[in-house]
Design a protein around this ligand. Structure first.
Ligand code: C5P
Length: 310
C-alpha cells in the first residue's frame, strides 16, 4: 500500500535540547525557557496525498504502530485540520501515512515532528502556498516544539520554546540515543520540576546559555560537551531512577557527555568518532532498561516536501 502512494514525502528530524534552561511556572501553566534546539538525522517520514472526499485520515507504521492514536488527538491530524480551517477549506481531504522512527514520548519531539511534517505535506498537496511564517504561527498553536520541528538546524528557543532565533553553522555532532522502556509525560516532568523548585532542590532560571551558544559558533564537540545542560534531567531521574545508570554507563564507556533528552526518558550521548560511538553502543546494549539504541548526527535541516510520482 505504501509503495502505491503518490503525492509528497516529507522527512522531519527529531530534536535534542543541547541546553534546556527552565524558568518559573507562568500564570498560563507553561514555563519560560531558554533552550538550544539541535535537529538530528533520526526522523519520521510523512507521506501525504489528496483525498477526493473531505476526510483527514492517518495511518502509522514503525515505532509508533499500535502505540500512538491516529485520531483527532494526533498532532498530524490536528495540524492538517488547523491548516485547512485557517484557509476556510473544509472541503480539502488528505490521506497521510507516517513511518515513525523517533521514540514515542521520549523527549525528542516525535509528536511535534509529525505535526510539522503534516503542515509541510498538506501545504504542498493542497497548493495553499503558505509562507514559512504562516506555518510557524499555526505550529506554535499546536505545541511548543512544533515551530522548531519546522525549522531544523540549531536554534535558540525562548518563550515556551516557540520563539526561535536560528544559530547557523555549528560543528557536526555525533550522537548515540538510548531509548528507555516506556515513556515519560512532559506535563508530569514539569510538575515534578516545580515541586523540586518549591522544595529548594532545583533552581528555576531561563537565563540564556551564552557559553554554549558561543561554543556552538566556534567550538569543538569536546568544548560543547562540557556545556550541555538540562533543567528537566533531575525531575526525569526522580521519576525514572534507572536513567542514572544509563547515563553513567555511557559516560564510563567514553562518551564526551551524557544527558537526558528534553523531558526524557531518552538519553543522548555525544561521541567523537566511530570507536567511541561503538563502545557506547556496546556498553548500553547490556542494560535491561534500554529498549533500543540508535545513532544520529546533527545538525540537519528542517522538513521539505518532495514530490512522489504515482
Ligand atoms: O506545548 P506542549 O503541548 O508541547 O506542552 C506540553 C506540556 O508541557 C504543557 O501542557 C505544559 O505542562 C508543559 N510545558 C511547560 N512549559 C513549556 C513547554 C511545555 O510547562 N515551555
Amino acid at each position: 500500500m505504501v509503495e502505491a502512494f503518490s503525492g509528497v514525502r516529507v522527512r522531519v528530524p527529531a530534536k535534542i535540547n543541547l541546553a534546556l534552561c527552565v524558568g518559573p511556572c507562568r500564570p498560563d501553566g507553561f514555563h519560560d525557557l531558554a533552550t538550544v534546539f539541535h535537529a538530528i538525522s533520526l526522523g519520521d517520514e510523512v507521506r501525504a496525498q489528496a483525498r477526493p472526499d473531505a476526510q483527514i485520515v492517518l495511518t502509522m507504521a514503525g515505532r509508533g504502530e499500535g502505540e500512538v492514536a491516529c485520531d483527532q488527538t494526533n498532532l498530524a491530524v490536528r495540524a492538517a485540520t488547523a491548516l485547512r480551517d485557517r484557509h476556510g477549506r473544509a472541503d480539502l481531504g488528505i490521506q497521510m501515512h507516517i513511518n515513525k522512527q523517533i521514540p514515542v514520548a521520549g523527549g525528542m519531539a516525535g509528536g511535534s515532528a509529525d505535526g510539522a511534517g503534516a503542515l509541510v505535506a498538506c501545504n504542498a498537496v493542497w497548493g495553499l502556498g503558505c509562507s514559512d511564517a504562516e506555518l510557524s504561527a499555526i505550529a506554535a498553536d499546536l505545541g511548543s516544539d512544533v515551530p522548531f520541528s519546522l525549522m531544523g538546524g540549531n536554534a535558540l528557543g525562548t518563550g515556551r520554546g516557540e520563539r526561535l532565533t536560528p544559530l547557523p553553522g555549528g560543528p557536526a555532532l555525533r550522537w548515540v540515543v538510548a531509548v528507555a522502556r516506556g515513556g515519560l509525560s512532559t506535563p508530569r516532568i514539569y510538575r515534578v520540576f516545580d515541586e523540586m523548585v518549591a522544595a529548594g532542590r532545583a533552581t528555576a532560571s531561563a537565563e540564556h546559555p551564552r557559553e554554549l551558544m558561543a561554543a556552538l559558533a566556534r567550538g569543538t564537540a569536546a568544548e560543547i560537551a562540557g556545556l550541555l545542560t538540562n533543567s528537566l534531567q533531575a525531575p526525569a531521574l526522580e521519576c525514572l531512577p534507572a536513567l542514572r545508570e544509563t547515563l553513567e554507563v555511557g559516560r564510563q564507556a567514553g562518551a564526551l557527555a551524557a544527558l537526558v533528552s528534553g523531558s526524557g526518558p531518552s538519553c543522548v550521548f555525544l561521541v567523537d568518532d566511530d570507536s567511541q560511538q561503538n563502545a557506547v553502543v556496546v556498553a548500553l546494549s547490556q542494560l535491561d532498561q534500554v529498549k533500543d539504541i540508535l545513532t544520529a548526527t546533527g545538525p540537519v535541516s528542517g522538513p521539505r516536501a518532495e514530490r512522489l510520482e504515482a
